[in-house]
Design a protein. Structure first.
Length: 229
């Protein structure tokens, strides 16, 4: 682990980090793959976590050998998302940390690989929580984000939208996926990773710090106000 340096701004990934949506993505993708006799494996999933929608779709089609075009895949998967995404729950430690940073006026934002329609579905029951963030950048819908993760675009655009346009080195990223960690590092930011326990430790390299859960995060390690309790 690298030595944490003080930061002034915090950027959060959403899927699998703030909201327990990765499980829902898996359920939806397997439901689409099953009629074709295919299994959506963990190895395939890791490869596309954090990617923009069409990019992830192409990865899954190629990996599983699905007889679908990207538009057809996206059309079919959307039906499963519509049913599943509104059931998303906030992950342990996320609400406490976000509310703490908001209370202490630390600028916070979301930088996700997702699209506006799926974001709205996932946050159906979490509008109050999402309102705490200064802004949200969605790579699959935002015209300024040219490339999805592992390219740094989404994090750089997100940082530039803070009113004071901070130096990327002063931004701390929270991520769960290897593609996201690579993107944060490429953006010149420190990254705290909270990976799925199934993820190989080889794929956590590059992160400043790796945690089991957001509940283990100590804000003061990065020069942020410590928890009050």
């Amino acid at each position: 682990m690298a030595t944490p340096q003080p930061v002034t701004h915090v950027i959060f990934d959403m899927d699998g980090l703030l909201l327990d949506t990765e499980r829902l993505y898996t359920e939806a993708t397997q439901a689409l793959a099953t009629p074709h006799g295919k299994e959506y494996t963990w190895e395939v999933k890791v490869g596309c976590m954090g990617m923009k929608g069409p990019q992830a779709a192409q990865h899954i089609i190629d990996s599983l050998g699905l007889p679908l075009t990207v538009p057809k895949y996206l059309e079919q998967i959307a039906k499963h998302y519509n049913n599943l995404f509104p059931t998303a729950k906030v992950l342990p430690g996320a609400e406490r940390l976000v509310r703490h940073l908001h209370k202490h006026n630390i600028p916070i934002a979301i930088a996700s690989g997702g699209a506006k329609d799926s974001f709205d579905l996932k946050t159906t029951n979490h509008r109050d929580f999402v309102s705490l963030f200064r802004h949200v950048v969605l790579a699959s819908s935002d015209p300024e984000v040219t490339q999805g993760k592992p390219a740094p675009d989404v994090f750089l655009v997100c940082a530039q939208r803070f009113p004071d346009n901070p130096d990327p080195a002063k931004c701390l990223v929270f991520e769960d996926a290897p593609n996201g960690v690579q993107a944060g590092v490429a953006a010149g930011m420190q990254v705290v990773m909270v990976p799925d326990p199934r993820l190989s430790s080889e794929l956590t390299k590059g992160a400043t710090q790796v945690l089991t859960t957001l509940e283990d995060f100590k804000p003061e390690s990065y020069g942020l106000p410590p928890f009050d309790d």
